[in-house]
Design a protein around this ligand. Sequence first.
Ligand code: ADP
Length: 555
Amino acid sequence: MFDLTNTCSDTSLDLWGIFDFTIAPPLLFYSYVPIILISLILAFFVLSGERYSLVSKLFFLICLSFSLLLLNEIIQWIAAPVSIVMLGWMLISLFRLIIAILTVYFVFVYIKGKDIDFWMKILFSALYIITLLFISTDLNIIYFDIENCEGAPGVLWDFINLIATLSSVYLVYLTFAHKGIQENSQDRKRNYLVGVGATGFIIFFFLTSAYGDLTEIYDVAIIGPIGMLAFMVSITFAIVKYRAFNIKLAPPVVLVLCLWILVFSLLFINDPTIIHYIEGGTLIPLGFIGISLIKSIRREINSKEEAQRLSSDLQKANVRLQELDKAKSEFVSIASHQLRSPITAISGYASLIREGTYGEITAKLREPLDRIEQSARMMASLIEDYLNVSRIESGNMKYNYSSFSLHTEANHISDDLRPNALKLGLVLLYKQSVAGSGLVSADIGKTQQVIHNLVNNSIKYTPKGAITVYVHDDLSKKRIYVDIIDTGIGMSAETINSIFGKFSRGSKANSVNVTGTGLGLYVALKMALAMGGNITAHSEGEDKGSTFTFELPLG
Ligand code: ADP
Protein backbone atom coordinates (compact mmCIF):
# COMPACT_ATOMS: atom_id res chain seq x y z
CA MET A 1 0.00 0.00 0.00
CA PHE A 2 1.78 3.14 1.20
CA ASP A 3 5.46 3.44 1.50
CA LEU A 4 5.89 4.80 5.00
CA THR A 5 9.68 4.81 4.94
CA ASN A 6 10.08 7.89 2.75
CA THR A 7 9.17 10.71 5.09
CA CYS A 8 8.75 14.46 4.89
CA SER A 9 9.98 15.00 8.42
CA ASP A 10 13.37 14.99 10.04
CA THR A 11 12.18 15.21 13.60
CA SER A 12 10.94 12.35 15.74
CA LEU A 13 7.40 11.25 14.98
CA ASP A 14 4.39 11.07 17.31
CA LEU A 15 1.32 8.96 16.94
CA TRP A 16 1.97 5.62 15.27
CA GLY A 17 5.17 7.07 13.85
CA ILE A 18 3.21 8.86 11.13
CA PHE A 19 2.47 12.36 12.40
CA ASP A 20 4.83 15.15 13.25
CA PHE A 21 3.00 17.89 15.14
CA THR A 22 5.96 20.25 15.15
CA ILE A 23 5.88 21.08 11.43
CA ALA A 24 2.43 22.64 11.43
CA PRO A 25 2.00 26.31 12.44
CA PRO A 26 -0.19 26.70 15.57
CA LEU A 27 -2.58 28.91 13.58
CA LEU A 28 -3.49 25.80 11.61
CA PHE A 29 -5.08 24.23 14.65
CA TYR A 30 -6.76 27.42 15.73
CA SER A 31 -8.16 28.03 12.29
CA TYR A 32 -9.10 24.46 11.36
CA VAL A 33 -10.04 22.52 14.47
CA PRO A 34 -12.69 24.93 15.82
CA ILE A 35 -14.14 25.38 12.35
CA ILE A 36 -14.44 21.64 11.87
CA LEU A 37 -16.16 21.43 15.24
CA ILE A 38 -18.50 24.38 14.63
CA SER A 39 -19.48 23.19 11.18
CA LEU A 40 -20.15 19.63 12.33
CA ILE A 41 -22.19 20.75 15.34
CA LEU A 42 -24.25 23.21 13.29
CA ALA A 43 -24.76 20.63 10.53
CA PHE A 44 -26.00 18.21 13.15
CA PHE A 45 -28.43 20.78 14.58
CA VAL A 46 -29.83 21.67 11.19
CA LEU A 47 -30.21 18.05 10.19
CA SER A 48 -31.85 17.05 13.46
CA GLY A 49 -34.34 19.92 13.07
CA GLU A 50 -35.54 18.89 9.63
CA ARG A 51 -34.24 15.46 8.88
CA TYR A 52 -36.13 14.89 5.67
CA SER A 53 -35.70 18.23 3.96
CA LEU A 54 -33.33 18.47 1.01
CA VAL A 55 -31.83 21.80 2.17
CA SER A 56 -30.78 20.47 5.53
CA LYS A 57 -29.31 17.34 3.92
CA LEU A 58 -27.33 19.52 1.50
CA PHE A 59 -26.20 21.81 4.29
CA PHE A 60 -25.08 18.79 6.26
CA LEU A 61 -23.12 17.48 3.24
CA ILE A 62 -21.40 20.86 2.69
CA CYS A 63 -20.29 20.94 6.32
CA LEU A 64 -19.19 17.33 6.18
CA SER A 65 -17.15 17.72 2.96
CA PHE A 66 -15.65 20.92 4.26
CA SER A 67 -14.61 19.25 7.49
CA LEU A 68 -13.10 16.37 5.52
CA LEU A 69 -11.18 18.82 3.34
CA LEU A 70 -9.79 20.57 6.41
CA LEU A 71 -8.89 17.25 7.97
CA ASN A 72 -7.13 16.33 4.73
CA GLU A 73 -5.16 19.59 4.90
CA ILE A 74 -4.21 19.05 8.52
CA ILE A 75 -3.00 15.56 7.63
CA GLN A 76 -0.90 17.01 4.81
CA TRP A 77 0.76 19.38 7.20
CA ILE A 78 1.52 16.88 9.88
CA ALA A 79 1.85 13.53 8.09
CA ALA A 80 5.40 12.45 7.57
CA PRO A 81 5.19 9.66 4.92
CA VAL A 82 5.46 11.13 1.42
CA SER A 83 2.79 8.78 0.04
CA ILE A 84 0.15 10.04 2.49
CA VAL A 85 1.00 13.68 1.78
CA MET A 86 0.82 12.95 -1.99
CA LEU A 87 -2.59 11.35 -1.65
CA GLY A 88 -3.77 14.35 0.31
CA TRP A 89 -2.58 16.68 -2.48
CA MET A 90 -4.51 14.64 -5.06
CA LEU A 91 -7.77 14.72 -3.12
CA ILE A 92 -7.82 18.52 -2.73
CA SER A 93 -9.30 19.08 -6.23
CA LEU A 94 -12.08 16.61 -5.62
CA PHE A 95 -13.05 18.12 -2.27
CA ARG A 96 -13.01 21.64 -3.66
CA LEU A 97 -15.21 20.69 -6.58
CA ILE A 98 -17.71 18.88 -4.34
CA ILE A 99 -17.90 21.90 -2.02
CA ALA A 100 -18.50 24.32 -4.92
CA ILE A 101 -21.22 22.10 -6.43
CA LEU A 102 -22.95 21.44 -3.11
CA THR A 103 -22.96 25.13 -2.22
CA VAL A 104 -24.62 26.07 -5.51
CA TYR A 105 -27.08 23.18 -5.11
CA PHE A 106 -27.86 24.24 -1.52
CA VAL A 107 -28.47 27.92 -2.29
CA PHE A 108 -30.61 27.02 -5.32
CA VAL A 109 -32.87 24.72 -3.30
CA TYR A 110 -32.97 27.12 -0.35
CA ILE A 111 -33.95 30.18 -2.36
CA LYS A 112 -36.14 28.61 -5.03
CA GLY A 113 -37.76 26.08 -2.75
CA LYS A 114 -37.42 23.26 -5.28
CA ASP A 115 -34.90 20.69 -6.43
CA ILE A 116 -32.52 21.48 -9.34
CA ASP A 117 -33.63 20.16 -12.71
CA PHE A 118 -32.42 17.05 -14.49
CA TRP A 119 -29.86 18.84 -16.74
CA MET A 120 -28.22 20.57 -13.82
CA LYS A 121 -27.86 17.21 -12.10
CA ILE A 122 -26.26 15.81 -15.28
CA LEU A 123 -23.87 18.80 -15.39
CA PHE A 124 -22.87 18.36 -11.73
CA SER A 125 -22.34 14.62 -12.21
CA ALA A 126 -20.26 15.24 -15.36
CA LEU A 127 -18.00 17.71 -13.51
CA TYR A 128 -17.60 15.23 -10.70
CA ILE A 129 -16.75 12.34 -13.04
CA ILE A 130 -14.25 14.43 -15.04
CA THR A 131 -12.45 15.45 -11.84
CA LEU A 132 -12.47 11.89 -10.58
CA LEU A 133 -10.99 10.61 -13.88
CA PHE A 134 -8.10 13.08 -13.86
CA ILE A 135 -7.37 13.00 -10.19
CA SER A 136 -4.41 10.63 -10.40
CA THR A 137 -2.97 12.10 -13.61
CA ASP A 138 -0.43 14.88 -14.08
CA LEU A 139 -3.30 17.17 -15.05
CA ASN A 140 -4.05 17.28 -11.34
CA ILE A 141 -0.56 17.20 -9.82
CA ILE A 142 2.19 17.81 -12.40
CA TYR A 143 4.95 16.48 -10.18
CA PHE A 144 5.58 15.98 -6.54
CA ASP A 145 8.62 17.55 -4.95
CA ILE A 146 9.77 14.95 -2.47
CA GLU A 147 12.36 17.28 -0.96
CA ASN A 148 9.83 19.90 0.15
CA CYS A 149 6.89 17.53 0.23
CA GLU A 150 4.87 19.74 -2.08
CA GLY A 151 2.95 19.04 -5.24
CA ALA A 152 2.82 21.25 -8.32
CA PRO A 153 -0.84 21.92 -9.16
CA GLY A 154 -1.92 21.09 -12.73
CA VAL A 155 -4.63 22.47 -14.99
CA LEU A 156 -7.36 20.64 -13.08
CA TRP A 157 -6.82 23.15 -10.26
CA ASP A 158 -7.31 26.06 -12.68
CA PHE A 159 -10.39 24.31 -14.04
CA ILE A 160 -11.85 23.98 -10.56
CA ASN A 161 -10.97 27.58 -9.73
CA LEU A 162 -12.85 28.56 -12.88
CA ILE A 163 -15.87 26.52 -11.77
CA ALA A 164 -15.69 28.19 -8.36
CA THR A 165 -15.59 31.63 -10.02
CA LEU A 166 -18.61 30.79 -12.19
CA SER A 167 -20.36 29.34 -9.14
CA SER A 168 -19.91 32.54 -7.18
CA VAL A 169 -21.23 34.62 -10.09
CA TYR A 170 -24.25 32.30 -10.31
CA LEU A 171 -24.73 32.51 -6.53
CA VAL A 172 -24.78 36.31 -6.67
CA TYR A 173 -27.35 36.09 -9.47
CA LEU A 174 -29.46 33.58 -7.50
CA THR A 175 -29.36 35.66 -4.34
CA PHE A 176 -30.17 39.03 -5.83
CA ALA A 177 -31.97 38.43 -9.12
CA HIS A 178 -34.36 35.75 -8.00
CA LYS A 179 -37.40 36.85 -6.07
CA GLY A 180 -37.84 33.49 -4.36
CA ILE A 181 -41.01 31.52 -3.77
CA GLN A 182 -41.92 33.61 -0.80
CA GLU A 183 -42.70 37.24 -1.27
CA ASN A 184 -42.51 38.74 2.20
CA SER A 185 -39.57 40.87 3.19
CA GLN A 186 -38.64 38.71 6.14
CA ASP A 187 -38.08 35.71 3.86
CA ARG A 188 -36.22 37.82 1.36
CA LYS A 189 -33.82 39.06 4.06
CA ARG A 190 -33.27 35.51 5.18
CA ASN A 191 -32.53 34.44 1.61
CA TYR A 192 -30.05 37.31 1.22
CA LEU A 193 -28.32 36.31 4.40
CA VAL A 194 -27.92 32.66 3.40
CA GLY A 195 -27.06 33.56 -0.24
CA VAL A 196 -24.50 36.21 0.71
CA GLY A 197 -22.99 33.92 3.34
CA ALA A 198 -22.61 31.10 0.82
CA THR A 199 -21.14 33.39 -1.84
CA GLY A 200 -18.75 34.91 0.67
CA PHE A 201 -17.70 31.45 1.66
CA ILE A 202 -16.93 30.33 -1.89
CA ILE A 203 -15.13 33.54 -2.86
CA PHE A 204 -13.05 33.78 0.29
CA PHE A 205 -12.17 30.13 0.39
CA PHE A 206 -11.23 29.80 -3.28
CA LEU A 207 -9.47 33.17 -3.46
CA THR A 208 -7.20 32.35 -0.57
CA SER A 209 -6.42 28.86 -1.84
CA ALA A 210 -5.90 30.11 -5.42
CA TYR A 211 -3.56 32.77 -4.02
CA GLY A 212 -1.74 30.06 -2.11
CA ASP A 213 -1.45 27.90 -5.26
CA LEU A 214 -0.18 30.79 -7.37
CA THR A 215 2.31 32.26 -4.93
CA GLU A 216 3.12 28.98 -3.20
CA ILE A 217 2.66 30.83 0.07
CA TYR A 218 0.42 28.19 1.55
CA ASP A 219 0.14 29.85 4.94
CA VAL A 220 -2.42 32.18 3.38
CA ALA A 221 -4.63 29.18 2.68
CA ILE A 222 -4.80 28.60 6.39
CA ILE A 223 -7.06 31.61 6.82
CA GLY A 224 -9.23 30.39 3.92
CA PRO A 225 -11.51 28.33 6.18
CA ILE A 226 -12.51 31.56 7.88
CA GLY A 227 -14.75 31.93 4.79
CA MET A 228 -16.60 28.93 6.13
CA LEU A 229 -16.95 30.78 9.39
CA ALA A 230 -18.67 33.63 7.49
CA PHE A 231 -21.07 31.12 6.03
CA MET A 232 -21.67 29.55 9.44
CA VAL A 233 -22.25 32.91 11.10
CA SER A 234 -24.75 33.96 8.44
CA ILE A 235 -26.59 30.63 8.66
CA THR A 236 -26.62 30.80 12.46
CA PHE A 237 -27.86 34.37 12.32
CA ALA A 238 -30.57 33.37 9.84
CA ILE A 239 -31.59 30.52 12.12
CA VAL A 240 -31.70 32.69 15.21
CA LYS A 241 -33.21 35.81 13.74
CA TYR A 242 -35.39 34.58 10.89
CA ARG A 243 -35.99 31.02 11.96
CA ALA A 244 -34.45 29.54 8.83
CA PHE A 245 -34.76 25.74 8.65
CA ASN A 246 -37.64 25.92 11.09
CA ILE A 247 -35.44 24.88 13.94
CA LYS A 248 -35.51 26.58 17.26
CA LEU A 249 -31.80 26.87 17.79
CA ALA A 250 -31.93 29.46 20.51
CA PRO A 251 -29.20 32.10 20.82
CA PRO A 252 -28.08 30.75 24.22
CA VAL A 253 -27.10 27.47 22.56
CA VAL A 254 -25.06 29.34 19.97
CA LEU A 255 -23.37 31.47 22.60
CA VAL A 256 -22.50 28.48 24.76
CA LEU A 257 -21.15 26.64 21.71
CA CYS A 258 -18.93 29.54 20.69
CA LEU A 259 -17.57 29.95 24.21
CA TRP A 260 -16.97 26.26 24.54
CA ILE A 261 -15.09 26.07 21.26
CA LEU A 262 -13.04 29.13 22.13
CA VAL A 263 -11.99 27.79 25.50
CA PHE A 264 -11.32 24.36 23.99
CA SER A 265 -9.06 25.77 21.28
CA LEU A 266 -7.12 27.88 23.77
CA LEU A 267 -6.01 24.65 25.41
CA PHE A 268 -3.81 23.93 22.41
CA ILE A 269 -2.01 27.23 22.29
CA ASN A 270 0.97 28.14 24.41
CA ASP A 271 1.99 31.39 22.75
CA PRO A 272 0.50 34.32 24.75
CA THR A 273 0.55 36.68 21.73
CA ILE A 274 -1.59 34.31 19.74
CA ILE A 275 -3.94 33.96 22.72
CA HIS A 276 -4.28 37.75 22.75
CA TYR A 277 -5.11 37.82 19.07
CA ILE A 278 -7.62 35.06 19.50
CA GLU A 279 -9.31 36.72 22.44
CA GLY A 280 -9.37 40.08 20.68
CA GLY A 281 -10.81 38.51 17.54
CA THR A 282 -13.44 36.58 19.42
CA LEU A 283 -14.53 39.49 21.58
CA ILE A 284 -16.35 41.23 18.72
CA PRO A 285 -18.46 38.27 17.46
CA LEU A 286 -19.22 37.32 21.06
CA GLY A 287 -20.40 40.89 21.68
CA PHE A 288 -22.72 40.65 18.69
CA ILE A 289 -24.09 37.29 19.72
CA GLY A 290 -24.55 38.57 23.30
CA ILE A 291 -26.54 41.60 22.12
CA SER A 292 -28.63 39.39 19.87
CA LEU A 293 -29.21 37.08 22.85
CA ILE A 294 -30.42 39.94 25.05
CA LYS A 295 -32.66 41.20 22.26
CA SER A 296 -34.12 37.81 21.64
CA ILE A 297 -34.86 37.29 25.34
CA ARG A 298 -36.59 40.67 25.40
CA ARG A 299 -38.54 39.71 22.28
CA GLU A 300 -39.52 36.41 23.86
CA ILE A 301 -40.81 38.16 27.00
CA ASN A 302 -42.73 40.70 24.92
CA SER A 303 -44.30 38.04 22.75
CA LYS A 304 -45.29 36.02 25.81
CA GLU A 305 -47.04 39.04 27.29
CA GLU A 306 -48.65 39.77 23.94
CA ALA A 307 -49.87 36.16 23.69
CA GLN A 308 -51.40 36.37 27.18
CA ARG A 309 -53.15 39.63 26.33
CA LEU A 310 -54.43 38.21 23.04
CA SER A 311 -55.70 35.07 24.70
CA SER A 312 -57.68 37.03 27.30
CA ASP A 313 -59.06 39.30 24.53
CA LEU A 314 -60.01 36.20 22.60
CA GLN A 315 -61.84 34.74 25.56
CA LYS A 316 -63.83 37.94 26.00
CA ALA A 317 -64.61 38.09 22.29
CA ASN A 318 -65.72 34.47 22.39
CA VAL A 319 -68.16 35.06 25.24
CA ARG A 320 -69.51 38.13 23.42
CA LEU A 321 -69.87 36.12 20.20
CA GLN A 322 -71.81 33.41 21.98
CA GLU A 323 -74.15 36.04 23.43
CA LEU A 324 -74.60 37.62 20.01
CA ASP A 325 -75.24 34.26 18.41
CA LYS A 326 -77.89 33.46 20.99
CA ALA A 327 -79.49 36.88 20.51
CA LYS A 328 -79.47 36.34 16.72
CA SER A 329 -81.18 32.94 17.02
CA GLU A 330 -83.76 34.41 19.40
CA PHE A 331 -84.38 37.31 17.05
CA VAL A 332 -84.86 35.04 14.03
CA SER A 333 -87.14 32.79 16.01
CA ILE A 334 -89.30 35.64 17.34
CA ALA A 335 -89.39 37.42 14.00
CA SER A 336 -90.35 34.25 12.17
CA HIS A 337 -93.08 33.39 14.68
CA GLN A 338 -94.55 36.85 14.36
CA LEU A 339 -94.42 36.69 10.56
CA ARG A 340 -96.10 33.31 10.48
CA SER A 341 -99.51 34.37 11.84
CA PRO A 342 -100.17 37.24 9.38
CA ILE A 343 -99.00 35.16 6.44
CA THR A 344 -101.33 32.32 7.40
CA ALA A 345 -104.15 34.85 7.61
CA ILE A 346 -103.31 36.26 4.15
CA SER A 347 -103.24 32.86 2.47
CA GLY A 348 -106.36 31.67 4.37
CA TYR A 349 -108.44 34.70 3.42
CA ALA A 350 -107.25 34.65 -0.19
CA SER A 351 -108.30 31.02 -0.41
CA LEU A 352 -111.73 31.77 1.13
CA ILE A 353 -112.34 34.66 -1.28
CA ARG A 354 -111.35 32.52 -4.26
CA GLU A 355 -113.68 29.75 -3.17
CA GLY A 356 -116.59 32.24 -3.08
CA THR A 357 -117.14 32.32 0.70
CA TYR A 358 -117.60 36.10 0.52
CA GLY A 359 -119.73 36.06 -2.61
CA GLU A 360 -119.23 35.35 -6.30
CA ILE A 361 -115.92 36.55 -7.77
CA THR A 362 -115.30 37.49 -11.35
CA ALA A 363 -113.03 35.37 -13.59
CA LYS A 364 -110.67 38.36 -13.80
CA LEU A 365 -110.03 38.23 -10.04
CA ARG A 366 -109.14 34.53 -10.05
CA GLU A 367 -105.57 34.93 -11.28
CA PRO A 368 -104.47 37.68 -8.87
CA LEU A 369 -106.01 35.72 -6.00
CA ASP A 370 -104.09 32.61 -7.12
CA ARG A 371 -100.89 34.70 -7.12
CA ILE A 372 -101.57 36.01 -3.61
CA GLU A 373 -102.14 32.50 -2.33
CA GLN A 374 -99.05 31.09 -4.06
CA SER A 375 -96.79 33.88 -2.80
CA ALA A 376 -98.16 33.57 0.71
CA ARG A 377 -97.51 29.82 0.63
CA MET A 378 -93.97 30.39 -0.57
CA MET A 379 -93.34 32.91 2.16
CA ALA A 380 -94.79 30.57 4.77
CA SER A 381 -92.41 27.83 3.64
CA LEU A 382 -89.46 30.25 3.72
CA ILE A 383 -90.38 31.29 7.26
CA GLU A 384 -90.65 27.63 8.20
CA ASP A 385 -87.13 27.02 6.79
CA TYR A 386 -85.66 29.93 8.78
CA LEU A 387 -87.44 28.77 11.91
CA ASN A 388 -86.07 25.26 11.42
CA VAL A 389 -82.53 26.57 10.94
CA SER A 390 -82.79 28.68 14.08
CA ARG A 391 -84.19 25.69 16.03
CA ILE A 392 -81.39 23.44 14.77
CA GLU A 393 -78.70 25.99 15.63
CA SER A 394 -80.02 26.71 19.08
CA GLY A 395 -80.52 23.01 19.75
CA ASN A 396 -84.24 23.54 20.24
CA MET A 397 -85.54 21.19 17.58
CA LYS A 398 -87.92 18.75 19.30
CA TYR A 399 -88.54 15.24 18.00
CA ASN A 400 -91.68 13.31 18.96
CA TYR A 401 -91.09 9.66 18.25
CA SER A 402 -93.87 7.28 17.24
CA SER A 403 -94.09 4.11 15.20
CA PHE A 404 -95.50 4.39 11.68
CA SER A 405 -95.18 2.83 8.25
CA LEU A 406 -92.69 4.67 6.07
CA HIS A 407 -94.03 3.33 2.78
CA THR A 408 -97.56 4.47 3.63
CA GLU A 409 -96.24 7.98 4.25
CA ALA A 410 -94.11 8.00 1.11
CA ASN A 411 -97.09 6.75 -0.92
CA HIS A 412 -99.35 9.50 0.49
CA ILE A 413 -96.84 12.24 -0.21
CA SER A 414 -96.44 10.95 -3.79
CA ASP A 415 -100.22 11.07 -4.22
CA ASP A 416 -100.34 14.63 -2.81
CA LEU A 417 -97.62 15.91 -5.09
CA ARG A 418 -98.64 14.06 -8.27
CA PRO A 419 -101.05 16.84 -9.43
CA ASN A 420 -98.23 19.42 -9.11
CA ALA A 421 -95.98 17.21 -11.22
CA LEU A 422 -98.72 16.61 -13.78
CA LYS A 423 -99.30 20.35 -14.10
CA LEU A 424 -95.67 20.63 -15.24
CA GLY A 425 -96.03 17.66 -17.63
CA LEU A 426 -94.09 15.26 -15.39
CA VAL A 427 -94.95 11.70 -14.44
CA LEU A 428 -94.66 10.81 -10.73
CA LEU A 429 -94.48 7.08 -10.02
CA TYR A 430 -94.52 5.26 -6.71
CA LYS A 431 -92.92 1.80 -6.29
CA GLN A 432 -92.05 -0.33 -3.32
CA SER A 433 -90.32 -3.59 -2.50
CA VAL A 434 -90.53 -3.84 1.25
CA ALA A 435 -89.82 -7.27 2.67
CA GLY A 436 -90.39 -6.36 6.33
CA SER A 437 -93.11 -4.35 8.01
CA GLY A 438 -91.67 -1.02 6.84
CA LEU A 439 -92.31 0.33 10.34
CA VAL A 440 -90.00 3.01 11.64
CA SER A 441 -89.76 4.79 14.94
CA ALA A 442 -89.29 8.46 14.13
CA ASP A 443 -90.96 11.86 14.21
CA ILE A 444 -93.74 11.50 11.68
CA GLY A 445 -94.05 15.24 10.90
CA LYS A 446 -90.32 15.62 10.28
CA THR A 447 -90.20 12.44 8.19
CA GLN A 448 -93.03 13.72 6.01
CA GLN A 449 -91.23 17.05 5.72
CA VAL A 450 -88.00 15.37 4.54
CA ILE A 451 -89.74 13.21 1.90
CA HIS A 452 -91.93 16.10 0.80
CA ASN A 453 -88.87 18.30 0.43
CA LEU A 454 -86.94 15.73 -1.63
CA VAL A 455 -89.87 14.94 -3.97
CA ASN A 456 -90.62 18.64 -4.33
CA ASN A 457 -86.97 19.31 -5.25
CA SER A 458 -87.15 16.61 -7.92
CA ILE A 459 -90.24 18.29 -9.37
CA LYS A 460 -88.48 21.69 -9.25
CA TYR A 461 -85.29 20.50 -10.89
CA THR A 462 -86.79 18.23 -13.59
CA PRO A 463 -87.79 20.12 -16.73
CA LYS A 464 -89.13 16.98 -18.43
CA GLY A 465 -89.45 13.24 -17.82
CA ALA A 466 -90.37 11.36 -14.69
CA ILE A 467 -89.87 11.15 -10.94
CA THR A 468 -89.93 7.79 -9.25
CA VAL A 469 -90.35 7.35 -5.50
CA TYR A 470 -89.04 3.90 -4.63
CA VAL A 471 -89.22 2.48 -1.08
CA HIS A 472 -87.14 -0.61 -0.28
CA ASP A 473 -85.62 -2.15 2.83
CA ASP A 474 -82.55 -4.12 3.83
CA LEU A 475 -83.46 -6.40 6.71
CA SER A 476 -79.88 -7.48 7.36
CA LYS A 477 -78.87 -3.86 7.93
CA LYS A 478 -82.18 -3.04 9.59
CA ARG A 479 -82.58 0.02 7.33
CA ILE A 480 -85.33 1.28 5.06
CA TYR A 481 -84.70 3.57 2.10
CA VAL A 482 -86.74 6.05 0.10
CA ASP A 483 -85.09 6.68 -3.28
CA ILE A 484 -86.29 9.73 -5.19
CA ILE A 485 -85.09 9.24 -8.74
CA ASP A 486 -85.55 11.91 -11.39
CA THR A 487 -84.58 12.61 -15.00
CA GLY A 488 -83.78 16.28 -14.26
CA ILE A 489 -80.83 18.66 -14.45
CA GLY A 490 -78.52 16.34 -12.52
CA MET A 491 -75.47 17.49 -10.56
CA SER A 492 -71.70 17.62 -10.95
CA ALA A 493 -69.60 15.95 -8.25
CA GLU A 494 -68.69 19.42 -7.00
CA THR A 495 -72.36 20.41 -6.64
CA ILE A 496 -73.15 17.18 -4.76
CA ASN A 497 -70.40 18.02 -2.28
CA SER A 498 -71.84 21.40 -1.46
CA ILE A 499 -75.65 21.16 -1.59
CA PHE A 500 -76.12 20.00 2.00
CA GLY A 501 -74.51 23.18 3.33
CA LYS A 502 -76.49 26.11 4.65
CA PHE A 503 -77.71 28.49 1.91
CA SER A 504 -75.95 26.36 -0.66
CA ARG A 505 -77.44 26.11 -4.14
CA GLY A 506 -76.13 24.27 -7.19
CA SER A 507 -74.62 26.28 -10.04
CA LYS A 508 -77.48 25.36 -12.43
CA ALA A 509 -80.25 25.73 -9.84
CA ASN A 510 -80.99 29.37 -10.63
CA SER A 511 -81.54 28.74 -14.33
CA VAL A 512 -84.32 26.25 -13.52
CA ASN A 513 -85.80 27.56 -10.30
CA VAL A 514 -85.14 31.06 -9.08
CA THR A 515 -86.98 30.97 -5.78
CA GLY A 516 -84.84 28.53 -3.78
CA THR A 517 -82.97 29.50 -0.60
CA GLY A 518 -80.56 26.60 -0.37
CA LEU A 519 -81.89 25.70 3.09
CA GLY A 520 -84.13 22.71 2.26
CA LEU A 521 -81.48 20.00 2.06
CA TYR A 522 -79.54 21.46 5.01
CA VAL A 523 -82.62 21.19 7.23
CA ALA A 524 -83.65 17.80 5.81
CA LEU A 525 -80.22 16.26 6.44
CA LYS A 526 -80.07 17.58 10.01
CA MET A 527 -83.51 16.06 10.69
CA ALA A 528 -82.59 12.72 9.08
CA LEU A 529 -79.35 12.52 11.08
CA ALA A 530 -81.14 13.40 14.33
CA MET A 531 -83.53 10.50 13.77
CA GLY A 532 -80.65 8.04 13.22
CA GLY A 533 -80.97 8.18 9.44
CA ASN A 534 -79.17 9.89 6.56
CA ILE A 535 -79.63 11.48 3.14
CA THR A 536 -77.25 10.87 0.26
CA ALA A 537 -77.22 12.30 -3.24
CA HIS A 538 -76.04 10.69 -6.43
CA SER A 539 -75.88 11.81 -10.06
CA GLU A 540 -74.00 10.71 -13.17
CA GLY A 541 -73.42 14.38 -13.98
CA GLU A 542 -75.21 17.47 -15.22
CA ASP A 543 -78.35 16.74 -17.29
CA LYS A 544 -78.16 13.08 -16.31
CA GLY A 545 -80.80 13.05 -13.57
CA SER A 546 -80.34 12.69 -9.82
CA THR A 547 -81.14 10.19 -7.10
CA PHE A 548 -81.61 11.26 -3.49
CA THR A 549 -81.83 8.50 -0.88
CA PHE A 550 -83.38 9.09 2.52
CA GLU A 551 -82.80 6.25 4.94
CA LEU A 552 -84.06 5.47 8.43
CA PRO A 553 -83.46 2.63 10.85
CA LEU A 554 -86.21 0.01 10.84
CA GLY A 555 -87.83 -0.28 14.14
P1 ADP B 1 -83.13 25.09 -2.94
O1 ADP B 1 -83.89 24.08 -3.73
O2 ADP B 1 -83.97 26.06 -2.22
O3 ADP B 1 -82.05 25.76 -3.75
P2 ADP B 1 -82.17 22.87 -1.40
O4 ADP B 1 -81.34 22.85 -0.17
O5 ADP B 1 -83.44 22.13 -1.39
O6 ADP B 1 -82.36 24.38 -1.77
O7 ADP B 1 -81.29 22.32 -2.57
C1 ADP B 1 -79.97 22.76 -2.70
C2 ADP B 1 -79.47 22.60 -4.12
O8 ADP B 1 -79.40 21.22 -4.45
C3 ADP B 1 -80.39 23.17 -5.17
O9 ADP B 1 -80.16 24.56 -5.33
C4 ADP B 1 -80.01 22.37 -6.39
O10 ADP B 1 -78.88 22.91 -7.00
C5 ADP B 1 -79.65 21.02 -5.84
N1 ADP B 1 -80.70 20.03 -5.96
C6 ADP B 1 -81.57 19.63 -5.02
N2 ADP B 1 -82.38 18.66 -5.50
C7 ADP B 1 -82.02 18.45 -6.78
C8 ADP B 1 -82.48 17.56 -7.82
N3 ADP B 1 -83.49 16.70 -7.61
N4 ADP B 1 -81.84 17.61 -9.02
C9 ADP B 1 -80.81 18.47 -9.21
N5 ADP B 1 -80.34 19.33 -8.29
C10 ADP B 1 -80.93 19.31 -7.08
